[in-house]
Design a protein around this ligand. Structure first.
Ligand code: ADP
Length: 485
């Protein structure tokens, strides 16, 4: 039975093995080893096999040729009828000794005339091979691993008649001996090469893997917060590209983090300002005795205004947070943009009329687009509200709508105070207001344009601003007619 720690040890060992088997290092090692070693093994065994086949074939042909010469001699010496020729007898013995084999001479009656082993002379051999040879079929076969057996007909050169058969078996021992030596040498060769390939594979996989290890180490350092340095592993094009892309992401995250921190501190500050004012107002009332009712009313009015301001900031913040949420929350549907703009203008006209500002909508064509009506209404309301807020008495606000086959374009132009050049780049930042001192005269949170930009971006659109100080400002918005996910 396992103890719990024993089981854990086995599981973690198992994990280590799997991690190693899955690693690039092991795979490179395996590929190198197989690519270096396998072909060598195959070639070595192939060479040995083909040597063996070739050697046996050559030996067979040699013996066959010798035996054919011999069979001619047997005919010319009429050996089958009169086996007394010492010359032929000597040659038979010599040949069988030369190939470490046995030669049996059989006459047409299947009787053994001569056996170089001297074992079956005078006996009959009616084997299948012999019969087939008499029928004109030469058999050259390897009967056992160590012998080549063959039958050669004894016949006159110009005659079809087969007068006898030479039954020959020769040993292939010498070939196998050679083969054993060669196999031994090949084994040593393969072994030495194997060790070299193995060393090479280990070293190469180690060196190939090293930059990746370095990269992982650096990434771990960054992840654990021990390092803020850029990732720089330039060994391979791939590691260099990964490093670059990673650094890009890190920079984006740093910027994001900084802007988040700044946002939080801005939010806290903006939310605190009205509270501080209220506290000052309330304290001053409380610190006085017998405060006249008029003063109470005045201070309470101020407090109500501060509450209103606080409320506006919170509403804008909530809108902004909602805007920043992913596109998945969008409510995309075909919307009549003319109607949408008309409705906003209608709502703002009473406010504009307080400063006697004329609001005009100029539409070049009817436009229907796939958008989130709620978010776009907020975006255009902010632009038009600003055009009214930062306008002069008796000024004008001109809104135009146009479209082509891909986009629709909305321009909001005003005859207002304009935006200084140095501020243009910042007006879309959260809480940015051109002149803070204005904030008492003109209400605002500095969040309106941030909301507008966010709503336009979520529709994959763009917004541009041009402005002349003291003359007026134009916001130009471009949004795709069809929603791009
Ligand atoms: P706010 O709540 O202050 O209006 P916004 O984000 O809507 O915040 O605008 C940021 C700043 O940009 C404003 O405080 C104002 O100074 C400037 N601004 C925006 N629109 C206009 C405009 N049409 N004319 C002049 N200044 C503008």
């Amino acid at each position: 039975m396992f103890t719990q720690s024993g089981e854990w040890a086995i599981i973690s060992r198992h994990r280590v093995v799997i991690t190693y088997l899955k690693s690039l290092k092991f795979r490179v090692f395996l590929v190198l080893l197989l690519a270096g070693w396998l072909p060598m093994l195959i070639v070595a065994s192939g060479i040995l096999d083909s040597y063996r086949e070739r050697a046996i074939k050559v030996r067979g042909t040699d013996v066959q040729n010798q035996c054919r010469i011999l069979s001619n001699q047997l005919i010319s010496y009429n050996y089958l009828k009169d086996p007394s020729s010492e010359l032929i007898g000597g040659e038979l013995t010599q040949l069988s000794n030369l190939y470490d084999g046995r030669i049996i001479v059989i006459d047409e009656n299947f009787k053994v005339i001569r056996d170089t082993y001297g074992l079956i002379e005078g006996k009959l051999v009616v084997s299948e091979e012999v019969i087939r040879c008499f029928q004109g079929e030469t058999i050259n076969q390897l009967s056992t691993k160590r012998y080549i057996e063959m039958t050669i007909p004894i016949q006159e050169a110009d005659s079809q008649k087969i007068q006898g058969v030479l039954l020959v078996s020769v040993s292939t021992d010498s070939i196998w001996d050679n083969l054993d030596v060669l196999t031994g040498n090949a084994r040593i060769f393969v072994l030495i090469c194997g060790v070299l390939v193995l060393t090479f594979a280990v070293l190469l996989s180690y060196f190939l893997d090293r930059p990746l290890k370095r990269m992982i180490h650096s990434l771990q350092e960054i992840a654990e917060g021990h390092s803020t340095e850029d990732l720089k592993v330039k060994t391979y094009t791939e590691t260099e590209q990964i490093s670059q892309e990673f650094n890009k992401i890190m920079n984006q995250m740093r910027v994001l983090d900084e802007s988040r921190q700044e946002f939080v501190s801005n939010v806290s500050h903006e939310l605190k300002t009205p509270l501080t004012s209220m506290k000052v107002l309330a304290d001053s009332l409380l610190s006085q005795e017998e405060v006249p009712i008029e003063l109470y009313q005045e201070f309470m009015n101020d407090i109500a205004e501060e509450i209103e301001r606080e409320n506006k900031i919170i509403t804008d913040l909530l809108s902004l947070v909602k805007m920043d949420k992913k596109a998945a929350n969008l409510n995309i549907e075909p919307v009549d943009i003319n109607d949408l703009l008309e409705l906003i203008l209608k709502r703002l006209r009473p406010i504009a009329s307080r400063k006697n500002i004329e609001m005009v909508l100029e539409s070049f064509r009817p436009v229907t687009a796939e958008v989130d009506a709620g978010r776009l209404t907020l975006a255009f309301t902010n632009l038009m509200e600003n055009a009214v807020k930062y306008n002069r008495e008796n000024g004008w606000v001109h809104v135009s709508l146009d479209a082509d086959h891909k986009f629709f374009y909305v321009k909001v132009m005003d005859s207002g105070m304009g935006i200084p050049e140095e501020s243009i780049d910042y007006i879309f930042e959260r809480f940015y207001r051109v002149d803070k001192s204005h904030s008492n005269e003109i209400d605002g949170t500095g969040l309106g344009l941030a909301i507008t930009r966010s709503a336009i971006q979520v529709h994959k659109g763009a917004v541009k601003v041009t402005s002349h100080l003291g003359e007026g400002t134009t916001f130009a918005v471009r949004i795709p007619l069809n929603y791009i996910a």
